[in-house]
Design a protein around this ligand. Structure first.
Ligand code: GLC
Ligand code: CA
Length: 561
């Protein structure tokens, strides 16, 4: 037996829905709650256990719902609270749980708290946000750069002070030092829990405690200093999460996952500690973060494909370090990342399906809770940006304005190719349901153009083809549901020096799984599967070549020790 405490959320597979792009039920071009409800049977067929819903609350949509103006109301474009209640009930009927996105590092500037807060220095809501005087020379309190380009401080004429916004200026940061803010957050969480939801994905939760001296730092070439090191994993973040756990989380049976920008494996052991005093698990960004990639052109903007050796080193480190101490989360894709098959695999018609299945194998056989992002299960790909007009995402638009237009640090063509590789709009093109107009996503004009490859890559085609990426994901999910070793087995790396093969074992009691995947489009030697006594659990090839892995071949076999 493994020493791990068992929990439903450790055994679950999560499916992330970006509601705006999933399914439009009323022809206005925007995905909505009824669109999700209409496709629950599809998700049940895939076999997932939990839906993580990206934000569905009332929002002016400066950052597609990650700027909330009312935590207790549904965004009109997405439907009504009745629609939500129906979605929750229909999901539960199918044994699918619903996890909400909790965005409480910041609100929208149109939230009533901020509207009050702005009004005067002595307004009761003033301290809900982070206001500071200008410097003696009338400038921003420091040179921190926001995650969406430009200064992290916005001057407000009305009271002559600046407020902090780690993201867009329409996303003012809440002041967690204020106990009233914490109470408000715990109250709204409790309100949703009482409605019967099953957990929270916590947006940039590692950023809620800021270094209160707001230290400046050396200026980068763009004239700004680093904010990240002063706002991520701050001095009181664990205290706040323990308080949240005592006040709310411990009272319910929830899945909790913190989006933890800047988290190290050491920090993760605190956030997701096995004693359960904070969160269930966190998302880290070491394997997806462009900034960690020395080949980046600027910040996260890069076109260089990540190397297997780089990705494997990071993932293996997390597997080994968390063992027995904290639970991990597994993901390639989400609404902020490019499409996995385009980034880590090969999206050419020849290799798209094989490499998508290979990557799915590598991830789903690791230890931790796996996340699938809508469309990943049919091998959806990145799109192509031909001009700035193709960009909708605020991160892309602001970066273009600063780096290409104002500071000329990046050339426009280079920037567009970086968008092709890592821009967030890649993940946000509408879900491809079938080969009719607009991929069956809407009968109207989609809010963001569909990827032109939808006549080939779509759900209908995937369901009609027994060899499709969809059925491969379905089998991977079923393996996790039937074999405790996939959930609880210990991870042991293999072939750590290989430039071509990602291989590892999972071990539980007398059982061993051997997982091996060829990351290249060439046949490569591999002697992990010698002898024929092993039981193959899954592979993306029907036949094998003794002593070799074929291009993008992945195999999982079971042996006994
Ligand atoms: C998180 C979200 C991202 C959003 C940001 C600000 O990183 O995943 O989409 O823009 O937080 O809320
Ligand atoms: Ca709609």
């Amino acid at each position: 037996m493994s020493s791990e405490t068992h929990a439903w959320w450790k055994e679950a597979v999560i499916y992330q829905i970006y509601p705006r792009s999933f399914a439009d039920s009323n022809g206005d071009g925007i995905g909505d709650l009824n669109g999700i409800t209409a496709h629950l049977d599809y998700l049940a067929k895939l076999g997932i256990d939990v839906i993580w819903l990206s934000p569905i609350y009332e929002s002016p949509n400066d950052d597609n719902g990650y700027d909330i103006s009312d935590y207790r109301n549904i965004m009109a474009e997405f439907g009504t609270m009745e629609d939500f209640d129906r979605l929750l009930a229909e999901a539960h009927k199918r044994n699918i749980r619903i996890v909400m996105d909790l965005v409480v590092n910041h609100t929208s500037d149109e939230h009533p708290w901020f509207i009050e807060s702005r009004k005067s220095k002595d307004n009761p809501y003033r301290d809900y946000y982070i206001w500071r005087d200008p410097t003696e020379t009338g400038e921003a309190p420091n040179h921190w750069e926001s995650c969406f380009s430009g200064s992290a401080w916005q001057y407000d004429d009305l009271t002559g002070q600046y407020y902090l916004h780690c993201f867009s200026r329409k996303q003012p940061d809440l002041n967690w030092e204020n106990s009233k803010v914490r109470e408000e957050v715990f109250d709204l969480m409790d309100w949703w829990c009482r409605k019967g939801i099953d957990g929270f994905r916590m947006d940039v939760i590692s950023m809620i405690s800021k270094d209160q001296s707001f230290p400046d730092g050396p200026l980068n070439a763009d004239g700004y200093s680093d904010m990240f090191s002063h706002v991520c994993n701050g001095p009181r973040v664990h205290e706040y999460l323990q308080e949240m756990n005592r006040r709310v989380l411990s009272k319910y049976d929830l899945l909790t996952v913190g989006e933890a920008a800047g988290v190290t494996v050491e920090e993760a052991k605190k956030y997701a500690n096995s004693d359960g005093t904070e969160l269930g698990m966190v998302f880290h960004f070491e394997h997806t973060d462009g900034a960690a990639n020395s080949d980046a052109v600027w910040g996260k903007w890069t076109c260089t494909p990540p190397k297997l050796s780089y990705v494997r080193k990071i993932l293996n480190k997390w597997q080994l370090e968390l063992e027995g101490k904290a639970w991990g989360s597994l993901y390639w894709d989400n609404h902020d990342q490019p499409r996995v098959v385009s980034r880590f695999g090969n999206d050419s018609p020849k290799w798209r399906e094989k490499s998508a299945k290979m990557l799915a194998t590598v991830l789903h056989l690791q230890k931790g809770t796996p996340y699938i992002y809508q469309g990943e299960e049919i091998g959806m790909t990145n799109r192509h940006f031909s001009s700035l007009a193709d960009c909708v995402d605020i991160e892309e638009k602001n970066a273009w304005q600063q780096l290409v237009v104002e500071q000329k640090i990046m050339d426009g063509k280079v920037m567009l190719s970086c968008f092709d590789c890592v821009g967030r709009d890649n993940a946000r093109t509408p879900m491809q349901w079938d080969d009719t107009a607009n991929a069956g996503f809407t009968t109207g004009e989609p809010w963001l153009a569909v990827n032109p490859n939808y006549p080939v890559i779509n759900v209908k085609a995937a369901l009609a083809d027994k060899q499709s990426v969809f059925y491969y994901y379905q089998r991977l999910i079923a393996l996790r549901h039937t074999l405790p070793i996939v959930v609880y087995g210990r991870f042991k790396p293999l072939l750590e020096d290989s430039e071509e093969i990602y291989a590892y074992q999972r071990i539980l009691g007398e059982q061993v799984l051997v997982v091996a995947a060829n990351w290249t489009d060439k046949e490569v030697p591999c002697d992990l599967f010698v002898g024929d006594q092993d039981e193959e659990l899954i592979s993306n090839y029907d036949t094998h070549k003794a002593g070799f892995l074929q291009p993008y071949e992945a195999r999982v076999v079971r042996k006994s020790r």
